[in-house]
Design a protein around this ligand. Structure first.
Ligand SMILES: Cc1cc2nc3c(=O)[nH]c(=O)nc-3n(C[C@H](O)[C@H](O)[C@H](O)COP(=O)(O)OP(=O)(O)OC[C@H]3O[C@@H](n4cnc5c(N)ncnc54)[C@H](O)[C@@H]3O)c2cc1C
Length: 134
């Protein structure tokens, strides 16, 4: 029996489809890296371009104009797209845990999940608070 000497492709997982990963995907669509299988896991298919958010609210742009379609971008870049929320990472076993999928194994992991403002620590940000309670 002949031995398969083809090097096994490394699995690179992108967690989160934010601005940084969207740009990386675009670059990979233009020049696909060799010997690597890539998976993007993001809880949102449409990622907003924040710089256009005020214009979206003002009605200058449509939803589609102000959002990047990650599913389409992944198809273009030859990247697997998984729509799910990542709930944990196990660096010892090199696995990613998701809400609705079995674990994914990775060789290399890149995390770009952005940041979330601490609304509950910002006086008035949750709404309904009177000035006297601040
Ligand atoms: C109104 C507004 C205007 C802005 N204008 C500018 C500007 O003009 N210039 C500028 O430089 N910056 C601007 N910013 C800041 C800029 O948007 C952020 O710095 C940038 O979006 C951060 O990019 P990121 O890739 O880190 O994450 P993000 O763009 O926040 O993306 C994070 C992604 O990860 C996904 N995600 C999060 N958690 C999980 C999880 N557990 N599992 C799976 N997926 C997950 C989210 O769905 C999202 O798609 C602006 C921000 C706002 C709100």
């Amino acid at each position: 029996m002949q031995q398969d000497l083809t090097p096994k492709a490394k699995h690179l997982i992108f967690v989160g489809g934010g601005h940084a990963h969207a740009l990386a995907l675009l670059m990979m669509a233009m020049k696909k890296p060799e010997g690597v299988k890539i998976t993007l896991i993001s809880n949102a298919i449409q990622t907003p371009y924040s710089g256009m958010l005020p214009g979206l609210i003002a009605g200058h742009y449509s939803f589609d104009e102000a959002h990047i379609d990650l599913g389409r971008l992944c198809r273009f870049a030859g990247v697997n797209f998984i729509e799910d929320y990542v709930t944990g990472i196990d660096p010892d076993n090199q696995t990613v845990h998701c809400r609705n999928h079995p674990d994914f194994s990775y060789d290399v992991l890149s995390i770009d999940t952005g940041s979330v403002p601490g609304h509950n620590q910002l006086p008035g940000a949750m709404g309904g608070q009177s000035r006297s309670s601040l």
